[in-house]
Design a protein. Structure first.
Length: 292
DNA sequence: TTGTTGTTTCCTGATT
DNA sequence: CAATCAGGAAACAACA
């Protein structure tokens, strides 16, 4: 069991991870949060805005985040069925959701209900307020690098919102299968999840790459389109990962072992000859600039 | 309760 | 020489 009573959560003032981290790269302590994605608040939308008032963009954000939290492939649902603002979204019935997103519909419906009534996610897979709090409390300022680790990235980075997006007539359309139609029509595919604490290592890495402004200088793209990236501060990344997992003894050595296990699963591809360089594989989702 | 998954930890040896 | 890379093996915690 991870030994993390509250004392450990808010890392004691010894030589903590924070100290090491802040010592290793200064921008960490106070990046310019306001510069995050224009038109984006820089904060988690679900916290400060009722779904009813979401813009289309925020609806998309919610959609992506919810799918991600449930480990559902983004291609599983026709996004164009959700080309609407929050008001329209909230007017959808359970059946509407099912029509629009098939077997994923109920999940989305439930998620939205939670948001409507609680103002935030209430399902067990979501992070708890406790999680957020500790992250916040630990940090030098409120940059919340991993507030919602599962998918706290601007969706614009993940699926590029193209204007080619059909001005849809809401959810009445029969929800055609996604282009690569990997989703069986009739059978509600079981929602796979096993995502303790919200994020896997590769997602954590991915999110650092997608949001360099939050954790500058840790990892950088070598080839953005190919998904090749390089660790700039390997130990700092390891410390950050360890911090997220409440494991102060995490090292790059150990982190890299976990990374190597990804080769077999094709979440990463081997890049030989180059130290600290990895490449996303076919089973890694969400890193492309234009993810379908 | 048991099996699986995704690491974490440790280790030996090779490579840069 | 130190830092990485490669994997095998075993331990572990969270889940299903």
């Amino acid at each position: 069991m991870v030994l993390l009573p509250s004392s450990v959560m808010s890392i004691p003032s010894t030589m903590s991870v924070d100290n090491q981290l802040t010592a290793s790269w200064s921008p960490y302590s106070c990046p310019d949060v306001s510069m995050v994605t224009p038109g984006y608040t820089g904060r988690l939308w679900s916290q400060d805005l009722q779904p009813q008032y979401w813009s289309k963009f925020q609806v998309w954000e919610w959609l992506q985040q919810t799918l991600d939290m449930h480990q559902i492939d983004a291609t599983s649902i026709p996004f164009h069925n959700f080309d609407m603002d929050g008001r329209q979204l909230c007017s959808m019935s359970y059946q509407d959701f099912t029509r629009a997103a098939g077997s994923v519909g109920p999940i989305l419906y439930q998620s939205l209900c939670d948001l409507k009534w609680n103002g935030q996610y209430g399902t067990t897979e979501m992070y708890t307020p406790m999680d957020i709090k500790t992250e916040i409390d630990d940090l030098p300022c409120s940059i919340l690098p991993f507030k919602d680790e599962t998918s706290f990235y601007s969706t614009a980075d993940i699926f590029d919102i193209k204007p080619s997006f059909q001005p849809s007539s809401l959810v009445t359309s029969p929800a055609p299968p996604s282009p690569d139609s990997k989703q069986p029509h009739s059978r509600p595919h079981p929602v796979k999840k096993h995502n303790p604490r919200g994020t896997h290592l590769w997602e954590f890495i991915r999110d650092i790459l997608l949001h360099p402004e939050r954790n500058p200088g840790l990892i950088k793209w070598e080839d953005r389109t190919e998904g090749v990236f390089r660790f700039l501060k390997s130990e700092a990344v390891a410390q950050l990962w360890g911090k997220k997992k409440n494991n102060s003894s995490m090292t790059y050595e150990k982190l890299s072992r976990a990374m190597r296990y990804y080769y077999k699963r094709e979440i990463l591809e081997r890049v030989d000859g180059r130290r600290l360089v990895y490449k996303f594989g076919r089973n890694a989702r969400g890193w492309r600039e234009s993810e379908k």
